[in-house]
Design a protein. Sequence first.
Length: 336
Amino acid sequence: MEAGFLDKLNSEIVLRDYVPPEPGDDEVTIEQKYTGVCFRDILTQQGFFPRVSLPVIPGHEIGGVVTKKGKNVKAFHIGDRVSSLIYIPCGKCEFCRSGNENLCPNKIAYGEGINGGYSRYVNANERSLVKVPDNVPDEAVPIAACVIAMLYHAIAKVGKIKKGDYVLITGAGGGVGVHAVQMVKALGGHPIAETSSKWKEEKLYKLGAEYIVSSNSDYNKDVKKITGTGADIVLEDVGIATFSKSLRSLKTGGRLVVIGNLKPEPVELPLGLIILKGNSIKGSISSTREDLKKALDLSKSSILPVIGEKIKLSEINNGYKDMLDKKIFGRLLIKY
């Protein structure tokens, strides 16, 4: 069996033979049909995350069928379908004890601090796992935590969406953005999709986007025309390239929820504007097990189909290039 390895930063993923070790006492071995490819994987490759243990098997979007289990694992059994958080929470800190394990300062990220999903078989700690209900498509299982649950957490819990809210989604044609359009629609909001790719616009309308604005224009003015007052929520998935216009797209009292940062550089904050309009800016990171359970329940229905393209593991470096060149509509999935 081959797995993909990141041997050094700023280098390509290398495929080589790999036999996963026996699961640890608190681990299971999962056989995957798919794993997701996130832009964070590219940022990891480029060295933007400090706690990367090289060499490492990248990939944090993990899910499949349990084939082996450690002696301490009680909640999961061989044959169970499971979906994993993108990290291992410590289970002991104040955040883990309060159900906010996404904020755990001691968490270990799959694909960075420990081997991840670019392998058909992967070991995962039981603290990361949730059982998958029947009728959840195989493609949805690995991306449930990083995409669907993360969006639910950001839009429903942090953004506090209400029925009828106008929600601007930046980078709407990407792997997160296309599912954000669907999530906003499912939660009763009006999705406004921002994209720099003209060819993605018709596809976004078909997914439920009610309006589309272009990053090549002063789209904050377009958002004001669409809504009359501005967006209730902006879901910022890009970072420095869109942040300023996104902030200016908000109505008085609007909320900007930051979930992405494709080019990790600092942004300027116009403090006067934020104060005078009473806007809030909040970061939202990852998802909890409760978010993951909600995401899997949503994935059983047709309201949140998986949108993406599939490649072989051997095509991963070309896949990274296509993501950087904005040639992918939706999520990129590796099929085993």
